[in-house]
Design a protein. Structure first.
Length: 159
């Protein structure tokens, strides 16, 4: 009986609703199950290791990644294959092992976007993709040393 009670407490704690205030999105509710751990943090934000992903229909195809350690730290991201279908960063076995990838379907890939008032000047950092293991709740930012990718790749093309 005691083990059962302990398990119930752990489950209910994981599902307990938490919230944070984000300057752009307002109050955002999440549970501990929604938090992704980035053991190394992100470039320039190494101390912030816990993030949630927020998808809102009005921002599609963009996703917000918000630090639960400091909600003022957040990033707009997008799946790079949406605007760059042949994007194929070299991901080493070591990096996949760090993410504990067992099922390729559990791997998400995003790139950080720099928004601009002029949509034609909105860019994505293809040199620093974000990989997320949705099953293990682990994330990592890669640093690509491939000159075929840019840190300021335009998302939209002028006609």
């Amino acid at each position: 009986m005691a083990a059962k009670t302990g398990t119930t407490k752990k489950t209910s704690k994981a599902r307990k609703k938490l919230s944070l205030d984000h300057p752009r999105l307002g109050s955002v509710e999440y549970s501990q199950d929604d938090v992704y751990h980035f053991p190394q943090g992100l470039l320039g934000f190494e101390k912030r290791k816990h993030y949630i992903l927020v998808e809102r229909e009005e921002y599609y195809p963009f996703v917000w990644m918000i630090s639960v350690d400091d909600p003022m730290t957040s990033f707009v991201m997008v799946n790079p294959l949406i605007f760059h279908p042949d994007y194929n960063p070299n991901i080493s076995k070591r990096e996949l092992n760090e993410l504990q990838i067992e099922n390729p379907q559990s791997l998400l890939m995003y790139v950080i976007v720099t928004l601009n008032r002029d949509p034609l000047k909105t860019t994505a950092n293809l040199c620093g993709p974000i990989l997320i293991n949705t099953e293990k709740k682990i994330g990592k930012q890669l640093v690509l040393l491939d000159d075929s990718y840019s840190t300021k790749h335009p998302i939209l093309k002028s006609e």
